[in-house]
Every structure is written in C-alpha cells, then in structure tokens.
Ligand binder design. Structure first.
Ligand code: GP9
Ligand code: MN
Length: 617
C-alpha cells in the first residue's frame, strides 16, 4: 500500500485503464446481457473492436478540461457511459430491444418501468460499479505526484479514436450493405457499429425524422396507393362480407396473452378453459402474430385502429398524436357508430387521453370513471374481474351501434396475483415467472367468462360481435430458460418467432365458427372488421392489412425489426427457416419477400412521419 502511494501516477494511464475497463464491460454486456449472436470470425472481430473508438473518444473529451479536472472528468464520463450501458441492459432484459431516443421521452407518459424495474435487477449487477470504484480510488488517492497529459500525447489519441470509429463503421457497412437502410434492425446495428455508436446514430435518425413531416407532399401518397392497390387486387371476396352489418363491436385487448396458453394444460387443468370453449364457437386464427414494438399495448391498439405498422422506436401514441388519422372510429362514425375505450389505468399512460381524441373516440372510460381501490387493483389498475364488472353499466348506456374497445391489465409483467384471485393456481414466493404468468392468464380467462355472462344478462350479446386478441408476448427472452422447461422445448430462433403468436378470436353470435389457419397479424384486423360489418369507407383506405377471411392472401406478416413470417418461411436474425420443420434453409427462399417487407415498413413510416393521411380525399 505504502509503496503504491509513493509512486508517481501518470494521468494517461488512468485514461487507458478507464477505456480498457469500459471496453471489457461493454463486451461482457454484449455477450452475457444482450446475448448478441455472431455467425463468423469477422462478426466476432467487429463485435470486439466496435466499442473501442467511441469509448476512447468520449473519455478523451476530458483532455479539454483544465489539468486539475481531467481525471475527475474521466471518472464522470466513465460513470455516465456505464449508466447508459446498464440502462440498456435493464431495458433489454425486458423488451429484448435497445433503447431509442423516443423511448426516453416516452418515460413521462408511461411512468417508466416502475414496479417491473426491480424485478429486472439482480445482485450481480453491482459488479457494474466495480470499475467505477477502482477508478474512484485511484483518482482520489492522496499524496500522489501526478504526471499530466500533454498536448502532444492527447492529439494522436483523439485522432486514432476517430479513425477507429471510421474503421468500425466502414467495416460494418462492407459486411452488411443495407445496415443503414434498416435502422429498425437494432440488434444488427448494435452488433455491427456497437452500442454507443448506435445511440449516436439513433439521435441523428430521430432528428431527421422530425423534419420529415414538414417537407412531405401529397405525391408520396400516390406511390403508396399504387402499391396497396396491387396488393388488394389479388384478394378474392370474403363470403362473410357484411355478415355483422350494424352490430356493436367489442374489441378486447388481452394483456400479454400468447397463443401457447390456448388448449394447454397444467397438471391436467386447462389454463384457459373459458377461451378454449369460446374458440370452439368462434373463428379462431391459430397462426396469428403480434407485430408490436416499443409501444407495446399502444402499438397493438394503433395497428388495429389504423392498419399501419408501429414505429420502430417509441410509440406512435406518444410521438405523433397530432397527426391526422383515418382510423376505425372515424370510419365507423360515418355509419353512425359511437366509439369508446375502456381501460382502468390513468388516462395519460401511453398518452392515451390525447391520442384517443385524434383517433376519433367519443369517450374514454379511464381510472377516473372506475372505483379503483387498494383491494380491487394490482399493478397498473383494476383487476380484470372488477374491471369487466364495473364496465357493464357504462356499456349498457352507450349509444348504439357502438365500437367498444376494452383493455385488460392483470396479466401484465411481473404477473402479480393475490391469493384470493388465484383461480386455478396456488402460488408462493418460490413460483417462477412462467408459473406466475400461467396464474394471471387463468385469472384473465375467468374475467372473460364473467364478462360474457354479464354481457348476455345485459342483453348486449345477440347484437354484437367480439374480437379478442393478445396484444403482445408476456414472457420475454429474459425468461426463456424457464419457458423452455415449461414448454418442454428448446427455444431456437425459429421457435422464438412461433412464440410471437397471440390468440385471435372472432366470435359472431349465431355463427358456428371454424379454425382458420391463414398466417396473419395485427395489421390485418381492421380490414377484417370492416368487411364483416360491410362498411365501405368514404375515403380511400391506406393501410397494410389484408382481410383474414379472404382467399389469395399473401400471408406475409412483417415484424418491426424487419424479420417476417409467411405461410412457409420464417426470416429472423438474418437467417431463413422452413416454417414447418424449423430447419435453416438457403436465404434464397426468403429473398422474394425482402422488397415488400422493406417497402411496407418504409411506406408506413413515411405515412406517419409525413402525416400523409392529411392528404386523403
Ligand atoms: C397499461 C397497459 C399495459 O395501461 O397499456 O402496458 P404495456 O403492455 O404497454 O406495457
Ligand atoms: Mn400490453
């Protein structure tokens, strides 16, 4: 100890040590936190070098401070970069995605990760501070003779850092030519240019997007219309066209409900007995996928009302509420429909209060309209059973015909259920996340049973149709180990895509119903509803959906990160798989879809960023 304190300390070595430790930490997070998959030696090399330049440059900013501050600024910057890295890690653990600029702005609207955040942390995370503490101890040691960093030393360091960044970006670009054309493939970006460079690129991208609406013109929509006309032309009319003319519509968003729970038993007991029964009397779509991104529930809502894709970063609800939309409530109001949303969370969450007005809803029944107490609520709002019970009197008073959208909540991460609500499961503190999920799923199933019973009692059943859908996955990649044990199957990249299936149930009283195996997604729901109702919108329909009942469908479901699934193939992690066997096959099989996938995402983004629907006649 004594020996060490007498030593001279060269501030340059503090800098090198800081860069080195942050580099190692970043690589550890890449491998053990983000589970970034590399397929070749070149990709490994890229992964290893990509953080160095940017870390060296950012920490090198300390060189511009006065001598007595330099090492402290190195420490501060080191801490900030560690904080960003850790923030990303937590976000990734839940969303299997990387933070974008809009997500940061979204926090005030969604109340952060709150209760869920603690669940995502673990004690080992304290190691994140280890290098910060080491630096702190070294820098603040007393009685040391410091050798300052000279100008001759700092210049080459900064130049080399910049060259490293240029090298990283060029190498990434050479490796994947379309890298910057697919900014929504964030995994690929982080893998190639690195976590910190990705953030800078993302900042650039979101500033570019915000000017796009100012320069948009009506010509852009003509090209999009042409593409959509070609697509719709191939479809054959639906035999159910107009079958539900003039009926009320219930659209029920089932929080985090995945398809794998349907018709599944635990210890000989069905997880969702009510839904399993309902499916037998409904049109059921077992190959239906959620397509949500960072906007979660709000993304699903957005797709269902607009038939457009969600944004790659953030939620449209938060980012573009001022746009002009031609959404389901607008179209239905042309036929005299009244539209209302029922959701017991606060109205500001996902900016719903503002966005629902833009989307043309006449009324939003939020927490203010419900009696929400400690006992009858959990997590974000009312438990599903009191939620449906308290909604009935409001539903009875709605002007008819109506479109009622109801959003359930209890089956939400981290899946908390009090003992008295455990309808088909007994949980204790040892229950893992998947077991908790199973329990809240069963609770929501029970709530749906009560809901249908009450709707019948209220005399609202016969004149209504019911569309129930799972909004997105509930068990994220972070819990795949538990899920894999539960499902007794290995979760491969292809299996991960299968796991993005959510139930879609279309229940039309009086119709026998059937299993419809077509491959579809949430963007398809709007056209399906409009055809069932036989509604002809006054303005042209600009959306990317295809009626799920129609023959001749392309059966292409595009996910927001550019991966996709068709009736035969799966494209994910830049690899092509046979959907039937899950075997990896030549990319050539998936190639024919690439163009349409990029076009759909690009056109949808242009519509949203350019506010193009204002040009609709
Ligand atoms: C909360 C509900 C759930 O109101 O939308 O949140 P999400 O699934 O989007 O995290
Ligand atoms: Mn949700």
């Amino acid at each position: 100890m004594g020996k060490w304190s007498k030593r001279n300390i060269n501030e340059l070595s503090i800098y090198y040590l800081a860069v080195f430790m942050l580099w190692v930490k970043t690589i550890l997070v890449y491998v053990f936190g983000f589970h970034l998959k590399v397929h070749s030696f070149f990709e490994w090399l890229l992964l290893l070098i990509n953080p160095i330049g940017i870390i060296a440059l950012i920490l090198g900013m300390a060189f511009f401070f006065s001598d007595h501050l330099k090492s402290k600024v190195i420490l501060a910057l080191h801490f900030v970069l560690s904080f960003i890295l850790y923030g990303n890690l937590l976000y990734y653990r839940f969303f299997s995605d990387f933070i974008t600029v809009p997500v940061l702005f979204q926090f005030q609207n969604v109340g952060g990760l709150s209760q869920s955040t603690l669940e995502l942390m673990n004690w080992l995370d304290l190691l994140f501070l280890a290098d910060v503490i080491i630096l702190f101890v070294i820098i603040f040691r007393k009685n040391m003779i410091r050798k300052k960093i000279t100008r001759r030393e700092k210049q080459p360091i900064l130049i080399v850092s910049i060259l490293m960044i240029v090298l990283t970006i060029s190498a990434s670009f050479i490796h994947e030519k379309h890298l910057f054309q697919k900014p929504y493939d964030r995994e690929l970006l982080v893998k190639s240019i690195g976590n910190f460079n990705y953030h800078l690129f993302d900042i650039l991208l979101s500033s570019k997007m915000s000017v796009q609406s100012a320069i948009a013109s009506s010509d852009e929509i003509t090209e999009i219309k042409h593409y959509l006309d070609q697509k719709q032309k191939k479809l054959e009319p639906n035999k159910l066209q107009g079958i539900a003319k003039g009926k009320n519509i219930f659209v029920i968003s089932l929080e985090s409900l995945q398809e794998f729970v349907i018709n599944r038993e635990i210890d000989g007991k069905e997880m969702t007995p009510f839904l399993n029964q309902l499916i037998k009397e409904s049109y059921y779509f077992p190959n239906f996928y959620h397509q949500t991104a960072q906007g979660k529930t709000s993304d699903a809502e957005f797709m269902i009302d607009n038939g457009l894709y969600p944004l790659s970063g953030g939620s449209v609800f938060v980012r573009r509420p001022q746009n002009e939309f031609y959404s389901l409530p607008h179209i239905l109001s042309e036929k005299g429909y009244y539209s209302a949303v029922f959701h017991s969370n606060t109205g500001t969450f996902w900016n719903r209060e503002v966005m629902y007005e833009s989307l043309g809803y006449d009324r939003f029944f939020s927490d203010k309209d419900y009696d929400v107490t400690e006992e009858n609520s959990v997590n974000y709002g009312l438990k599903d059973i009191p939620f449906v019970e308290q909604s009935i009197p409001y539903l009875q008073k709605l002007p008819k015909p109506f479109y009622a959208k109801m959003l359930t909540l209890t089956n939400h991460f981290p899946f908390i259920l009090e003992e008295e609500d455990q309808v088909r499961a007994s949980l204790d503190s040892n229950s893992n996340l998947v077991e908790r999920y199973a329990a809240t799923v069963s609770y929501t199933d029970e709530a749906m049973k009560i809901f249908f019973g009450k709707i019948k009692e209220a005399g609202l059943y016969e004149d209504s149709i019911f569309i129930l859908y799972g909004d997105h996955y509930g068990v994220s990649k972070n819990y795949y180990k538990e899920l894999s044990t539960f499902l007794e199957t290995e979760i491969t990249p292809a299996e991960n895509v299968h796991l993005q299936k959510v139930p879609l149930i279309i229940h039309i009283p009086g119709q026998k119903g059937e299993f419809i195996p077509t491959t579809g997604g949430q963007t398809d729901i709007r056209r399906t509803i409009l055809h069932l109702l036989g509604v002809e919108p006054k303005k042209e329909l600009i959306d990317f959906g295809e009626d799920l009942f129609m023959k001749g469908r392309k059966e292409l479901v595009v996910f927001r990160d550019g991966s996709f699934v068709t009736d035969q193939y799966i494209f994910t992690e830049n690899l092509c798989f046979d959907k039937e066997t899950d075997e990896q096959i030549e990319t050539d099989y998936c190639q024919p879809y690439f163009d349409d996938v990029q076009k759909e995402l690009y056109y949808s983004d242009s519509i949203i960023y350019g506010d193009l629907l204002r040009f609709l006649r």
